[in-house]
Write a protein that binds this ligand. Structure first.
Ligand code: PMP
Length: 327
């Protein structure tokens, strides 16, 4: 192919599912459009959720992981933005289950509800009575669990946004500019991911995930006041570690603890549980996935695949009839 070949510049349209959910109903993907003047300003107030669903081959079922907790955080984020809640968690649960079914996803998948100021109100206006509008998309998202791929991380020169600047507790679109600085810097400098320190100089989290280290058999993670997003994966992981008999400390973590940790991993919805192989080119542990991380990943995998009856309440089946409430 030469540079003069028009095919070199041909755009293949991105693949998309047949439907998304918008303003209270399922609509064909192509018909969900807004006017160009809506681009930009409406995003200032936008908040969203990232939710995974795992395919259970044996039961031919797609199970949404911790849907109730995600919808609770979604409601909190909407509240932070002083937008009025338009849809109840029950309505959103039903919408998500129906959308997964309509899009025929029978594989590991991802779902993203996004709320913004409705009625064409630009997000820079300080209106506290504007109903939020919501759209929801779904897509296939193969799980990385079991890949044992190690991440080589750097500590970013960027500082995490703080509670009195841009509350990291809200899962707001605008907060992700901070994350983009971190991950772009990491990538440009040849790392897989960046770890960000907070305004106190303590470890906060990854750009899109929380962090856990293991030292002398004790797992440690920064507190929710450290400038982190209150992660649903982290909460799940800490609960499972406790059950596995691994002591857990929630405390400030210094940057140099990353250099002497026996194990470290990032955790979050998309990244799941991702072992860290090095930080700033200091090898973590013996440079392979450590025993605590491995045992945790195995346990987590059983949970999300529906093979842990004690944790079935973390899963909302998409096909099975469960009534309308989140479970
Ligand atoms: N921190 C940030 C900045 C994130 O974007 C994410 C991903 N949502 C997380 C942490 C992990 O949160 P969760 O486990 O709820 O996905």
């Amino acid at each position: 192919m030469t540079t003069g070949d028009p095919k070199a510049f041909a755009q293949t349209p991105p693949e998309h599912p047949p439907y998304l959910w918008w303003a209270g109903r399922q609509v064909p993907w192509e018909s969900a459009t807004v006017h160009v003047t809506q681009v930009g300003w409406t995003a200032i107030s936008a908040v969203f959720e990232g939710i995974r669903a795992y395919w259970n081959e044996e039961r031919q079922e797609l199970n949404v992981f911790r849907l109730e907790e995600h919808l609770k955080r979604f409601a909190q984020s909407i509240r932070f933005m002083r937008m009025a809640q338009t849809y109840s968690p029950q309505q959103l649960t039903q919408a998500i289950r129906e959308l997964f079914r309509a899009n025929g996803l029978r594989e590991d998948a991802y779902c993203q509800p996004l709320a913004y100021m409705g009625r064409s109100v630009p997000g820079y206006l300080a209106a506290d009575d504007v109903p939020s509008e919501v759209f929801i998309t779904t897509r296939a998202a193969p799980s990385n669990l079991g890949s044992a791929r190690l991440l080589h991380c750097c500590v970013s020169s960027w500082v995490r946004i703080s509670d009195n600047v841009m509350p990291p507790r809200a899962k707001a679109i605008t907060n992700y500019q901070n994350s983009r600085y971190v991950s772009n810097e990491a990538r440009i400098n040849g790392y897989d991911a960046g770890i960000i320190l907070n305004d106190q100089g303590k470890v906060a989290e990854g750009a899109y995930a929380c962090i856990v280290i293991v030292r002398d058999g004790v797992a440690a993670t920064p507190p929710r006041s450290a400038g982190i997003l209150e992660s649903i994966t982290l909460a799940s992981v800490l609960e499972l570690l406790g059950e596995m008999g691994v002591p857990v400390e929630v405390r400030d973590i210094d940057r140099t603890e990353l250099y002497v940790a026996d194990e470290a991993f990032l955790c979050g919805t998309l990244i799941e549980i991702a072992p860290i192989g090095s930080v700033d080119r200091y090898q973590v542990g013996d440079g392979a996935m450590g025993p605590v991380t491995r045992a945790l990943e195995e346990r987590f995998t059983r949970v999300v695949r529906g093979q842990d009856p004690g944790r079935s309440h973390w899963l909302t089946p998409v096909h099975e009839s469960v009534g309308v409430g989140p479970r």
